[in-house]
Design a binder for this molecule. Structure first.
Ligand SMILES: [Zn+2]
Length: 310
């Protein structure tokens, strides 16, 4: 019996190794500022080649261990993130903070817990993870196929009540606050001492942000204004390269302002949807962003629906 279990374990492990070898995207840590690193994922869709790591992650090396921001989309993806961290420091991952409930923010939690880390999130973030777990796993299985093997959805076990929280470990201070933009319960992690903002899926650069059926343009606009008021020196966006506030403003802040301002106004004034979408189809300020072609019209349509119902 034991021998069987060992064999099975070995087979799973060998299978995972074979699958890992298939991934052609290799996460790499890049230094943002002292003690702070970003792992910038590809801009395209989830695939077996990127293990669902088509998003950004980050970590802070403190005197008492590593704090990881978001855990990747699968067991294999999480293991790749752990390897990237291991190339920078020998210190263990003590904490994982989840900024959201979209697959790539949290489906790697289980791996880090099994290695002794504590996974922490604001309460509504964890609740949304539990609510969307089935849907996230189904969607991801379609993109990753058998590379999703071994992934167990584990909503953040340690949750924090209230709308914001300040956490400290090894001399680093982290401030969590809700953004509620891309998914309900999304949050950012702000490092006041380093002036680094891990925005989660509030900020997208290099590619156009996506408005999903459960996203809120109103919340996105409000949260972006609050982010700008903090004057971060570095932003690790949810997607796209590490950037400054000016780029985030141009590629996310201005787009939220456009959606809420122009499309929102048209909806409130009960102008026809189709005419509104046609009027704003070509926006030179955002046209260069990846995914513009595929997302812009749908984004406007969802913004219209959100403002129409208010
Ligand atoms: Zn995302």
């Amino acid at each position: 019996m034991l021998k069987h279990a060992a064999l099975l374990l070995f087979a799973t492990f060998a299978g995972l190794l074979a699958l890992s070898a298939r991934a052609d995207y290799e996460p790499r840590a890049e230094r943002v500022t002292d003690n702070v690193y970003a792992i910038v994922g590809p801009l395209g869709q989830r695939s077996a080649a990127n293990n669902g790591l088509n998003a950004n992650f980050g970590f802070i090396v403190t005197a008492e261990g590593v704090i990881l921001i978001d855990s990747g989309a699968s067991l294999l993806g999480a293991a790749q993130i752990a390897t990237a961290i291991g190339k920078v420091t020998d210190k263990p991952v003590r904490w994982v903070i989840n900024t959201g409930s979209q697959d790539h923010r949290w489906l790697g939690n289980d791996l880090f817990v099994s290695r002794g880390a504590e996974v922490i999130a604001l309460a509504r973030t964890a609740a949304t993870q539990a609510e969307y777990a089935g849907q996230q796993m189904d969607g991801l299985t379609r993109f990753l196929g058998e590379s999703i093997m071994g992934t167990k959805p584990l909503p953040a076990p340690k949750t924090i009540a209230g709308d914001s929280a300040t956490l400290e470990l090894g001399g680093e201070t982290l401030m969590l606050a809700y953004t509620d933009a891309h998914f309900p319960g999304d949050a950012w992690v702000w490092l006041p001492k380093r002036k680094v903002m891990f925005s989660g899926d509030l900020v997208y650069v290099d590619r156009l942000l996506g408005v999903l059926p459960w996203s809120s343009v109103k919340n996105g606009q409000k949260a972006f204004h609050a982010l700008a008021a903090l004057k971060p020196a570095y932003i690790v966006p949810g997607h796209g390269r590490v950037c400054d506030l000016a780029q985030a403003q141009r590629e996310t802040g201005d787009y939220y302002d456009f959606l809420a301002g122009k499309v929102g106004a048209a909806a409130r004034e009960m102008e026809p949807l189709a005419a509104t979408l046609d009027r704003y189809a070509e926006l030179p300020a955002f046209r260069h962003l990846e995914n513009y072609e595929g997302l812009h019209r749908t984004n406007m349509s969802r913004a219209f629906t959100e403002f129409e119902s208010q």
